[in-house]
Design a protein around this ligand. Structure first.
Ligand code: MF3
Ligand code: CO
Length: 255
């Protein structure tokens, strides 16, 4: 495993790729409505990405047929947009997107709830986001990669949630997926040392029920085995000597 350290110029480009994707998510999130199909969401997302002069990185990635992954309720990640799949009141909707700006990637996911939903589902979405920020407490020089993993996993498990094992976060840069892999659960070791200039996509995928997932027959859509809801929250970050820079959340103070 070799984790790239980005140069100052590369960090500039990744910062811009991240800033744009943060804005893409904000714009797309505001347009979400009950009654839209998941294909409508994909088309709108692709249009917004291209309006910034970027390319949607998921389109064609290992044959993936769309620009946005739209995963509803028991779908964990990689839901394929479909014009016959319509968003309903109370749905939990995870949107995952990636853009390429001048050859550099950013990757981020947000989970939205449409209208009135179960308190249990709202809580899952909030805690999944907080899992990411728990990880950020260890995302700096002086800590090791799996310190982030442990912080995410132990926080989720404290609430009794299932942490997905089969899918992990990743390094990111000139490729969507670079070394290292970033589990969302405690490992036996602390893993590689974190160094300033590493760019990582940290992405907790947290289930209301058991951690187990299965793949649907389309070869992409990952669903919980117990068919209980699942949430996803992801940002592309830059490791520094001090606090991490959350590239896909520019100018926002989050907790
Ligand atoms: N954000 C997803 C990941 O890191 C990327 C999905 S690739 C796609 O795994 F092809 F499914 F879109
Ligand atoms: Co990712």
């Amino acid at each position: 495993m070799s984790v790239k350290i980005k140069s100052a110029r590369e960090i500039e480009l990744m910062t811009e790729a991240g800033r744009i994707l943060g804005e893409v998510h904000d714009l797309l999130g505001k347009e979400l409505r009950v009654g839209m199909s998941t294909a409508d969401i994909d088309h709108l997302g692709e249009e917004i990405i291209r309006s910034f002069g970027c390319t949607p990185s998921f389109l064609g990635y290992n044959g993936y047929p769309a620009s946005i992954c739209v995963s509803i309720n028991e779908e964990v990640v990689h839901g394929i947009p479909d014009r016959n799949r319509v968003i309903r009141e109370g749905d939990l909707v995870s949107l995952d997107a990636g853009v390429i700006y001048k050859g550099y990637h950013s990757d981020a996911a947000r989970t939205h709830i449409l209208g009135e939903a179960d308190e249990k589902v709202r809580r899952l979405v909030e805690v999944t986001k907080q899992c990411f920020f728990e990880g950020m407490r260890y995302a700096k020089e002086g800590y090791h990669l799996y310190d982030i993993s442990r912080a995410i996993g132990t926080y989720a498990e404290y609430f009794g949630y299932g942490v997905v094992r089969e899918l992990v976060g990743h390094g990111i840069g000139t490729k969507l997926h670079e070394d290292p892999q970033i589990p969302n659960f405690a490992m036996r070791r602390r893993g590689p040392k974190l160094k300033a200039g590493m760019t990582l996509a940290v992405e907790p995928m947290i289930n209301l029920g058991k951690p187990d997932v299965v793949w649907k027959a389309d070869g992409w859509t990952v669903v919980t085995r117990d068919r209980k809801p699942s949430a996803h929250y992801e940002n592309t970050i830059l490791i520094t000597e001090d606090e991490p820079k959350i590239l896909t959340l520019p100018g926002k103070e989050e907790t």
